[in-house]
Design a binder for this molecule. Structure first.
Ligand code: ADP
Ligand code: MG
Length: 278
């Protein structure tokens, strides 16, 4: 089968007009394969469109990761489950199916520093982006700083609206740094605005019973946990720090892995949680 040049030239112009650079690039080799009878016309079409789609998907994912501040990319493939035997690989893989996002649930990763909380939160964020969900990642400290700034500048409503937009909001490092006065209240406003409307992943090195201390305000902590544990999935990682895996002998005994306080969950209101196990 030989394509007359003018047809080929018209295809080229169409691909330029349609902004399909990757298909344009592969056009010549595809035509050669066609002429040699190595592929059918349908296969040629499929190949050209597939190449273009792959390029676009790659670009979309790259842009969405950047927009969502998922800069430090971690993957599930890069997570060594054998290092954390307390963690059920199947459970994490089920979470990676992302049904919790559609159900607007809150996923908590709890565990000592270095046990992989941020890694798993980022990896699920990457999966969510690949799956076409909008994702935004922040540490609690950055989140509160940005809300406080917005409040000072009279933009709190807009800022809250912005943070309600992503289908998945990841809030990392709850409990590491002291929360500034009024910070708990600002975080509560966000949590309340997203409640039953958008999914979240939270990571913390502190048990829920310690949140009064974390937020320096037991009343706000109770109100926060009331929302954040209602439709919640709690994953405890009980293992040791991956960062210190070769230096475990250097850590004083009283800092070695100890389970985080079991959750002191407030009584859920209304209907029971939809899904306790993932
Ligand atoms: P946490 O947030 O719990 O303090 P991180 O997720 O930041 O811990 O993990 C610390 C470092 O160790 C990161 O570079 C992370 O990618 C890596 N890491 C942690 N756990 C694992 C694991 N099981 N397999 C591979 N890398 C891991
Ligand atoms: Mg972390």
């Amino acid at each position: 089968m030989t394509l007359i040049p003018s047809t080929l030239e018209r295809i080229r112009r169409h691909l330029v007009g349609l902004r399909m650079p990757r298909a344009l690039e592969t056009l010549d080799s595809t035509v050669r394969q066609l002429e040699r009878g190595e592929i059918s016309a349908l296969e040629a079409l499929e190949g050209l469109l597939g190449e273009e789609l792959t390029l676009r998907e790659g670009r979309r994912i790259k842009a969405a990761l950047k927009m969502g501040r998922l800069i430090n990319i971690k993957t599930l493939e890069g997570f060594d489950f054998s290092f954390q035997p307390s963690l059920d690989r199947n459970r994490i893989m089920t979470l990676a199916q992302l049904d919790f996002i559609a159900r607007h649930e809150v996923l908590h990763f709890l565990g000592q520093p270095g046990c992989g909380k941020t890694h798993l939160a980022l990896a699920l964020g990457v999966e969510a982006v690949k799956g076409g969900h909008s994702v935004y990642f922040m540490t609690l400290a950055d989140l509160i700083t940005s809300l406080a700034k917005a409040e000072r500048e009279g933009n709190l409503r807009e800022r809250l609206r912005f943070l309600c937009r992503p289908q998945l909001l990841i809030v990392d490092e709850i409990g590491y740094l002291p929360v500034i006065p009024g910070g708990g209240n600002l975080f509560f406003q966000l949590v309340n605005a997203r409640y039953e409307r958008g999914a979240m992943i939270l990571t913390s090195n502190r048990g829920f019973a310690e949140w009064g201390e974390v937020f320096n305000d037991p009343v706000v902590a109770t109100a926060l946990l009331d929302r954040l544990l209602h439709h919640a999935i709690v994953v405890h990682i009980e293992g040791a720090s991956y960062r210190l895996r070769r230096h475990a002998d250097l850590i004083p005994d009283n800092n070695r892995v100890r389970p985080i306080n079991q959750p002191n969950q407030p009584k859920p209101r209304g209907r029971p949680p939809k899904n306790k196990q993932a």
